[in-house]
Design a protein. Sequence first.
Length: 610
Amino acid sequence: MKKLVIFLFVFKLWAINILILNSYSPDLKWTEVQTHSLINILRKNIPNLHLYVEFMDTKKFKPTKKYFSLYKNYLENKYKNIPFDIVAVTDDNALNFIRENKTLNIFKNSKIFFEGINNLSLQNKLDKSTYTGVFEKKNPLSNLAIAKKVKSNLKTIYVISDASTSGNKTIKQYKDAFKNIKNIKFIYINESNLNDILKKLKNYNKDSVMMLLTFGSMKYNGYVIPVNDVPRIISKIYNDPIIVHTDIYVNLKNTNIIGGDVTDAKQQATLNAQKIIQYVNGTPIQNIKFEKNNANRIYLNVKHLKKFGINAYNLNIPNSIYINKLNSFYEIYKTQIITIITIFIIILIFLILLANKNRVINKLNKSLEEKISKAIKENQKKEQLLFQQSKLAAMGEMIGAIAHQWRQPLNTLSLNIQLLVDDFFDKKVDEEYILSFEKKNLNIVNFMSKTIDDFRNFFKKDKEKQEFELLEAVIDVLKLIDKQLKNHNISIEIHGDDSKIIGYKNEFKQVILNIINNAREAIVKNNTKNGTISINIKNNIITITDNGGGIPKEIQNRIFEPYFTTKGAKGTGIGLYMSKIIIEEHMNGKLYFINENDKTTFIIDFKGEK
């Protein structure tokens, strides 16, 4: 007994090395909540903790043997001097990886704690002296009971999923659960293309409820779309109640999702963290049982149910958690956010219109000068008008950029607010929690405010020439449109020296914005795989190259003409024309292009400038 006490005392003095190995990317909300919850609980409860986090991203990279081998080499080289005491894995692919590579030096003495595991057969296969954790057990029959309560004349249930490995497994679980159900028709649809799902739902049975499963990756109109867009698009076609089985969808706006008995990411992480803490405090792992039935929660979306004339509180579903309540804290906070955004945009538009109005009035009040200078003034006026049109077109692009920049912060604010409400009801909200909540969310708001400042500064008129670094100006543009490029899976390669010139910095940035946007549109239009835009700055020469298919020979001689466009009604045809004027007439440089195979390179040459 004395030896055991000494061992436990020494064990507590040692640093605990824990690796959190996630199957998916941090961009997936499910993984984000799992990881953050696990980290927060472990840091609060385990002293001398050394924590490491990795993401396998197996939604993007298929978990093949080759990928597992490469990932094994990566981890082995990175952590060769860190033997892990504990590995906490999230979801099936990470657990499968660890099982195949348990003999690695970094893992051989590790205890494995898992969560989010769909393969229930592992309950009888895993070595209980090494493995324990939380299984992800779906409750199709519980969701069927909810469906019958919200639709009294229920005749059909549509079960919708993607065609991934996990999607197919979940579909099978639902089929097995419903195989003995009579008097209800079950229609199972699992596709990798959202257009195919929408076709099958076009003439759906109105006496129905949909059960929407998890989506990892889905194509729509030829593009891979964010997972949260899938329920929104489906809700435009399917106008009846939708039940989900994962918490990341339960409060998704602009949908018909009314809730469900769901696998809860935060609850799974909490249960798994508790098991890790038990083990660290001295409980043998074989005495820490698998968790199978306590990781789910029932959520009911009050507002969405009201759309169908249903009072959530009258459904009498035990242990329900009510979200999206009328006049809730979240609703009030959401309105404030939208109001602030609207005020920002209105002020910006008002200032721009006021500035344009004053310029027009001043021009109209000026008397005509001598006939000799009349032609020159007319040309200047036309050029100014083209410049303003080009600026307004760029402004439209930038408003789209703001939308992309703000989407993730707004989603994060929404998630934080939802977690605040949960933690309030769980009696976890104290002064320290509120201060942390304030600090975290003020950082997000400050980031959004900084985006507005960057947008406003982008369109300030340069009063006079100034010396500026070319690389810095290009990076300023990329910051504003980074999200749009990532949305289309376009990578940016940039290399630059310390080249400086004297000129109009904001006009130069508009030229860069126009060329990069043209490259982006070419890549998207031609469905270029591995779309890339390469930017190189050396000795006051900038080259911008894209692999978007090149410029057709028949229009190469016309692209710098005013009002020439290949975009139909959507284009103005003044972007490249004004870009050439800015570079060559305002800044004494040269702008031209080289077309080679499927690549186009625009060259801006300031070699003669400082």
